[in-house]
Write a protein that binds this ligand. Sequence first.
Ligand SMILES: NC(=O)c1ccc[n+]([C@@H]2O[C@H](COP(=O)([O-])OP(=O)(O)OC[C@H]3O[C@@H](n4cnc5c(N)ncnc54)[C@H](OP(=O)(O)O)[C@@H]3O)[C@@H](O)[C@H]2O)c1
Length: 245
Amino acid sequence: MQIGLVGSGNMARAMARGWGEPVLCTAARPERARALAADLGGEAVASNAELARRADVVVLAHKPAQLAAVAAEVAPHARLIASVLGGTALAELRAAYPGARVHRFMPSTPVAVRAGVVAHAAGPDDDPGVLALFARLGTLVTVRDDQIDAAAGLMGCAPAYWALLVEAQVDAGVRAGIPAEQAGAMVVQTMAGSAALLQADGPDTLAMRRAVASPGGSTARGLAALERAGVRAAFSDAMDAVLGR
Ligand SMILES: NC(=O)c1ccc[n+]([C@@H]2O[C@H](COP(=O)([O-])OP(=O)(O)OC[C@H]3O[C@@H](n4cnc5c(N)ncnc54)[C@H](OP(=O)(O)O)[C@@H]3O)[C@@H](O)[C@H]2O)c1
């Protein structure tokens, strides 16, 4: 299935790296598309219309505000559309591409190493080949279209959240006397290992906390400090901020 990427920015690059096969791509500035094709394999094409004529599936990886302008070029030629545009409902996409089978996904940047989450909005046009293509990028989770924005708050934004948390923990380690490189190795592997344990044993987070925090011990004191600092409220506020509440 020939992939055509409209847009050659951060998310287009992450997906192209994850797919690991030659893509067709465009960008507002042609040099950006040429750079993606040179770095990751494939070909920068001259126009969105040419891309739509040559690709089996057109992946919309531009900004949401460009939906109408891009559709004017792509819609006459495209059969399969896969959008990763933030905040753009399936109904809007179907209105912009009335003659195509339209899919809506919300990926996260770890798709670059095939360890992303891809939220998928269940829709009437769902094509098994397109779903399989995105499932190659990590874990595909199908939700309702009206749940995609909340899903984005959980998984689309979260690589930035985890990066911030890693930074904060590394800084705390440095303050306690551990060199940054060693602190970074410990924090990142602990994050990966904790995720692997939750995946292996099931998502019982209370059991995981109890297994580390002995009564009256140092972990219990650390957890209490995090609760006092408002870690739960911070994540709840972050979701509200993402949803524009
Ligand atoms: N970044 C994430 O983690 C993430 C996660 C989930 C979903 N998304 C969604 O993915 C989309 C892209 O986000 P991004 O972070 O990758 O943004 P980005 O880095 O700004 O990339 C946007 C790309 O679109 C290109 N573009 C603009 N107008 C175009 C046109 N008319 N035809 C073809 N290409 C055009 C830009 O060209 P130039 O390079 O020349 O400017 C750029 O390559 C957004 O809709 C966003 O909501 C992003």
